[in-house]
Each structure stands twice: as C-alpha cells, then as structure tokens.
Ligand binder design. Structure first.
Ligand code: DC
Length: 219
C-alpha cells in the first residue's frame, strides 16, 4: 500500500473500463503492481451495496429504501477483501444473488452519488490508484492521467471464461453479447468509451504484453 503525503503532487490515477471478461481486473492489478500504486475495483463497491440490500431484505427495485440505506453502509475494500458492515463479503459479492441484482442497484442515482464520493476519497487516501469501473474516466476521474478501454472479442472472452470455470463456449459467448447490450443501453452510466480513452484490445495478447504496451503509453 502506498503512503500519501500532503505535499505529494496530484496523485496518479489510471482509469480502466471495458466489457465484462475482457481482462480488465487482471490487467489493472498487474499494472498497479508495476506502478507500485493501489488498485480499486469499483464494481466491488456496487456489489457490496447489493449485498447489504439483500441482507436487509430490501428489494433491489425499491428506489427509496435503497437510497435511504446507501449512505449508512460501511464498505471497507483493500487489495483482496471486501467488508460490508463488518462482515467479510468477498465471496458473496461474486455469487449469483448479488450478480443478478447488482445492475439495478447500480442504476440507483443515490447509490451512484454515494459511491462516486467514496471512490474519490479512497483514491485520495491511497495517493493514487488504478481504478476500474464504468464511469471512472467520464464521471469519477475525468482528469485521469490515462483512460484505458480494455476489450477483447466476445469469442475470446468466452474462451477465457471456459478456460477458468468450464462450460459451453457458444452459450457463454451468447450470454456475453446479451450482457454487453444490456450494459451499453442502460440509462445510468452505460458502458461506453470515454472520448479520450485508449482502446487496448487484448485479443491474442498475454498479460505481460498488455502491461508493457500500457507502460509504453505512460512514457
Ligand atoms: O464489474 P462488475 O461486474 O463487478 O460490476 C458490477 C455492476 O456494477 C455492473 O452492473 C456494473 C456496475 N458498475 C457501475 O455501474 N459503475 C462502476 N463504476 C462499476 C461497476
């Protein structure tokens, strides 16, 4: 973890976005390590809010209840763990219940306001970071030093997924295409490249090659 000093210049922020399964997290973590800064997965924050709502029995579509709850939820994220109100939710936030409900929670404007403020505070406290998420380069850190849109073809993303967890590549590819469409067309912070984002297509590239390629952009 990096140490932040008051006299530091503006902290280094690198924004990473891209479709699900394109390798953003792997690339983001490897890049952060290489730059000796921290890594923040903002999707984990939206998942943490969803976990909290499910735990409290609040339906994900109940806008007002979710909005009332959001500022009260304590989320502590470090390198590998996510704590929600003192409970280790690291595994549960990746589970099916959270994954099914999270896009609706992430569409709640109050949830977004609360989490955007916390993301800025987290990065300030950590003296910079590689920050992954939909709206990082557009809304949260529009002045990020580098904005990356990490992508790969749906086929390659499906093949990587099959390599990790098994399954049928055609079915997974079809699901990926549907999710991309859903993520790109939603009202709040849809999946879209920032105008000034650099597209990094990881199809056919190793992690090391991708990190080297990005380091070259930083000069
Ligand atoms: O990247 P992920 O699958 O963990 O993200 C979980 C959900 O949160 C997904 O619906 C996208 C949404 N999200 C968001 O709206 N804004 C972010 N900055 C990060 C994630």
């Amino acid at each position: 973890m990096s140490v932040h000093r008051v006299s530091d210049p503006a902290p280094l922020v690198i924004a990473i976005d891209g479709p699900a399964g394109a390798g953003k997290s792997t690339v983001g973590r490897a890049l952060a390590e290489r730059l000796a800064i921290d890594y923040l997965d903002t999707g984990a924050m939206y998942r943490a809010m969803t976990f909290a709502a499910l735990r409290r029995g609040i339906p994900e579509g109940d806008l007002a209840e979710i909005a009332a709850m959001a500022p009260e939820i304590e989320i502590v994220i470090d390198d590998r763990t996510v704590m929600v109100d003192g409970i280790d939710a690291t595994a549960a936030i990746r589970g099916r219940a959270v994954t099914e409900a999270v896009s609706q929670i992430a569409a709640n404007p109050t949830v977004r306001d609360v989490l955007v403020a916390r993301q800025r505070a987290w990065v300030a406290a950590h003296g910079g970071a590689v920050v992954e998420g939909r709206d990082i380069g557009t809304v949260v850190f529009p002045d990020a030093r580098l904005k990356l849109f990490v992508t790969a073809s749906p086929r390659v993303r499906a093949e990587r997924r099959v390599g990790e967890i098994g399954g049928n590549v055609d079915e997974i590819e079809a699901a990926i295409i549907i999710r991309d469409r859903k993520d790109s067309t939603r009202d709040h912070s849809p999946l879209a490249e920032a105008d000034d984002a650099v597209v990094v297509d990881t199809t056919g590239m190793s992690i090391d090659e991708v990190v080297e390629h990005i380091m070259g952009m930083l000069g």
